[in-house]
Design a protein around this ligand. Structure first.
Ligand code: ASN
Ligand code: ZN
Length: 331
């Protein structure tokens, strides 16, 4: 099938005006033709393709379509699709410009997203081949594609799968999660929080203005079911002293819980040397040193060795990396 590229305006979940790269089938050229959120404008990239699950669970669903090039206020449900499509481009550009990486596999594989996954589905995930976004439950989350950090987190899972291949359980799984959180914050503006654009008003009123914090993990609480496996505080851990000894049935052995310890080390390093340099160190660690079974100690080694490779043994970057891991009790 031949596609003809076009541009279309769109409005995001938070009302942002965006210009989208879209397309229509070359054979379908008359009025009322279907415009798809399919972007074939980037050379060397197979495409940025956004699909609609229509509140069902089939993936990828159908191409996200509209009979007008404008994905705007005339249909509010476009907003989640507009953001998924737009944010994929932003994350693609981050990896290309900062790390010379051409998409998830570094060979230009298509960035596929599906929106309107399930009904009131309050999560987003990478399923091994694509990103998937629920519309949120309005109690905790709004549509999850509204978060650039969420998109970066999910796409980074794809990058990790194609590089280190960290298994998704216990410490290697927590490192996997931390890689996604760290890239999540680095792609998205200047905050060190994950999910600050996708919380529902009710959650924000409750003080839950983000899902996780790399800066101060303990300001948020983990799932109550996990509390008895930690130090009793219920807080996300920021030090090995606060490690959650979770069984595999709970959060795959703490992948979203103990990840905060690595997250917090990265925050400390980033505070010392800046977001660009910590980004280079993390990317090199992920692509050159971490493997499927790397634990927290291996992660310290991978970060420190990457800092040495990039900046030298006696550099402030290497010193900051050692200090960052010291400060969370990974020594
Ligand atoms: N949003 C979660 C994540 O990407 C979904 C999951 O538990 N895999 O980590
Ligand atoms: Zn994740």
């Amino acid at each position: 099938e031949q596609y003809q590229s076009a541009n279309g305006p769109g409005i995001g979940v938070h009302g942002e005006n965006r210009v989208l790269n879209i397309s229509h089938k070359a054979s379908d050229n008359g009025p009322g033709r279907d415009f798809h959120l399919f972007d074939f404008s980037v050379s060397g990239l197979e495409g940025i393709l956004t699909y609609d699950a229509g509140e069902d669970f089939d993936l990828p669903g159908v191409p996200y379509a509209n009979t007008d090039a404008a994905f705007d206020f005339r249909d509010e449900s476009h907003a989640a699709a507009v953001d998924a499509h737009y944010n994929s481009t932003e994350v693609y550009e981050y990896f290309l410009e900062e790390h010379d990486r051409n998409s998830i596999d570094d060979e230009g594989m298509a960035l596929v997203s599906t929106v309107h996954y399930g009904e009131n589905f309050a999560n987003a995930f990478w399923n091994g081949s694509q990103m998937t976004y629920g519309d949120g439950d309005d109690e905790f989350f709004i549509p999850l594609s509204a978060g650039l950090d969420v998109a970066a987190h999910e796409i980074a899972h794809g990058v990790t799968e194609h590089t280190a291949g960290l298994v998704y359980r216990f410490q290697p799984g927590a490192v996997n999660e931390a890689m996604s959180d760290i890239f999540g914050v680095l792609v998205d503006d200047s905050s060190w929080h994950i999910g600050d654009d996708v919380m529902a008003p009710a959650a924000i009123e409750d003080g839950r203005f983000a899902l996780r914090s790399l800066e101060d993990p303990g300001q948020f609480e983990v799932d109550e079911e996990y509390w008895e496996y930690g130090d009793g505080s219920g807080a996300y851990p920021s030090h090995m002293d606060e490690y959650y000894d979770l069984p595999i049935e709970l959060d795959n052995g703490g992948v979203h819980t103990n990840s905060s310890i690595i997250n917090h080390a990265a925050y400390h390093i980033g505070q010392d040397i800046g977001r660009d340099d910590i980004g280079q160190i993390v990317y090199r660690a992920l692509t050159s040193y971490l493997t499927s079974m790397s634990d927290f100690d291996d992660t310290r080694f991978a970060f420190v060795q990457s800092a040495i490779d990039l900046y030298g043994e006696d550099s402030e970057q290497t010193e900051a990396t050692r200090d960052g891991f010291d400060s969370v009790g990974i020594e």
